[in-house]
Design a protein around this ligand. Structure first.
Ligand SMILES: [Zn+2]
Length: 286
């Protein structure tokens, strides 16, 4: 998650405004794609609350980052909208107003994230205005909204506004990339075909992610091949992580696996049917 944002200069510019000294208390994140960009307010909340943030973003490893990622942080609140139209009513905003005067539980700030800010009723927005006019010093409001014209000018004028429509729509899906790749490696090393197949089903037609998986597996296998070639009695295995594949497989097996992965990658480029390719991918590695 970190990398995909770190790459993007425009995102860097936004997060720079959430540095330690001057965290804006009300921010509207406008995106034509609304739901597709839900990850970004969460990322910003992580940046705001992170114990070890740097210029590139939040660490994603500290307790604050992790709890926010899992949706269990007591100081990052997603107000609930109600009904089929997902309207935020005035009572919701009143409750938040009261809550915002209570100090944060664990982190430095209380962050309120409205994922469908265009659905704030006029009454709710007017109630909100009362908070935004004099926000408690520890409260931060993030509004994700797909239609700026539905936000009252008075609310807009008290907020900084960023257009985040430029986000790659695929980004959301790659949230747990690293985790998925780690699990795949592990099941391959344990020769657990069933588990491996189950995890690959999470790729779900995502060609980009599939490519990344192949790339990561090939890199790990190559490292293990090198390691096997250079390891003698005098130079024992250097790192436990690197040795995983080399301990589990013979040299020839590793070479064959790398070949298979290269083939799969080639077929992926050629737009071979995704599900068929996935089946081949799994069966040829085991
Ligand atoms: Zn952190």
């Amino acid at each position: 998650m970190f990398d995909r944002y770190a790459e993007n200069e425009r995102i860097q510019k936004i997060i720079r405004n959430f540095g330690e000294k001057s965290i804006p208390q009300s921010t509207i994140l406008y995106s034509l794609f609304g739901n597709e960009t839900e990850e970004f307010p969460k990322f910003l909340a992580q940046y705001i609350q992170c114990n070890n943030k740097n210029d590139a973003g939040p660490c994603l490893k500290c307790i604050n980052c992790k709890k926010i990622e899992n949706g269990t942080h007591p100081d990052v609140v997603y107000p609930k909208s109600s009904g089929a139209t997902k309207i935020y009513g005035i009572q919701t905003v009143r409750d938040i107003r009261l809550d915002s005067f209570i100090l944060p539980n664990e982190a430095k700030y209380k962050v309120y994230i409205f994922l469908d800010a265009q659905n704030l009723s006029t009454a709710a927005q007017n109630a909100l205005l009362k908070i935004l006019e004099e926000p408690p010093s520890k409260s931060i409001f993030l509004f994700l909204c797909n239609n700026l014209s539905l936000i009252l000018p008075t609310v807009r004028s008290r907020s900084q506004i960023y257009d985040i429509s430029f986000f790659n729509l695929h980004q959301k899906k790659h949230n747990n990339n690293d985790d998925l790749i780690k699990k795949l490696k592990k099941s391959l090393i344990c020769k657990d075909e069933y588990r491996f197949a189950t995890i690959t089903s999470e790729l779900n037609g995502d060609k980009f992610l599939f490519k990344k998986v192949i790339f990561e597996l090939i890199s790990a296998i190559r490292k293990s091949i090198e390691l096997k070639l250079v390891t003698t009695k005098n130079s024992p295995v250097i790192s436990a992580e690197l040795s995983d594949f080399s301990d589990a497989f013979a040299l020839l097996e590793l070479v064959n696996m790398a070949d298979t992965l290269n083939d799969v990658n080639y077929m992926l480029e050629k737009n071979v049917n995704f599900n068929l390719l996935l089946t081949y991918f799994v069966s040829s590695l085991f």
